[in-house]
Design a binder for this molecule. Sequence first.
Ligand SMILES: [Zn+2]
Ligand SMILES: [Zn+2]
Length: 270
Amino acid sequence: MTEIPKIQKGCIFYENGGEIIYKDIPVPKPKANEILINVKYSGVCHTDLHAWHGDWPLDTKLPLVGGHEGAGVVVAKGENVTNFEIGDYAGIKWLNGSCMGCEYCQQGAEPNCPDADLSGYTHDGSFQQYATADAVQAAKIPKDADLAAIAPILCAGVTVYKALKTADLRPGQWVAVSGAGGGLGSLAIQYATAMGLRVLAIDGGDEKGDLCKELGAEVYVDFMKEKDIVKTIQDATNGGPHGVINVSVSELAISQSCDYVRALGKTRYC
Ligand SMILES: [Zn+2]
Ligand SMILES: [Zn+2]
């Protein structure tokens, strides 16, 4: 067994918007319910930027190590942990832990828990070599998985996968993905295609269009070129898609997509 060091490298900031410093910091000790993960890869999410700026209504902890898309190997665990063994692959998600006692937690809606502990926000996250996560919420990762490919799945992938699952669509139905050529959208196209859905991808530019088609989208709508985007989408999907996944980040794209989502008729909202 490899020795766990007392000191590690991490990216930390001491005030919101302040300098992010790459430096030696202590390796955290897992609590009774936690695992300690040697992070091999971490994605970077737009939310990490908000945590750094501190421009969300919820305060971050300070100082803070950001990151909530971490994939790595379990190197230690607290005495109450029974579902992970040393050497298992594990993932650090946005939801680091929750109370498991409130109504939300008991219904499987832990992200709504009023006491939710958030990786890279209220709990030091994956921008360090060793990070802790609640063993109940940490993601189980199969041993033969490519950890580099898994890292962005832990937020970007989970987000669109959940939207597609809760949209309750059936194979053969249409789903429109807005922001389809981006980090979340490109994953949404692949999941939707694997679920047997027909994908109408919305984004801007030929390059995004080529990527969307390559990933499985049947139709690509370039919102920068279309004059009547609602009509185009309705015509392409026999009256409107059965679901819409909206993962655009630009304000303009969001307001435009909300307009056509409202106009699409048989759409369910995701
Ligand atoms: Zn995220
Ligand atoms: Zn709870």
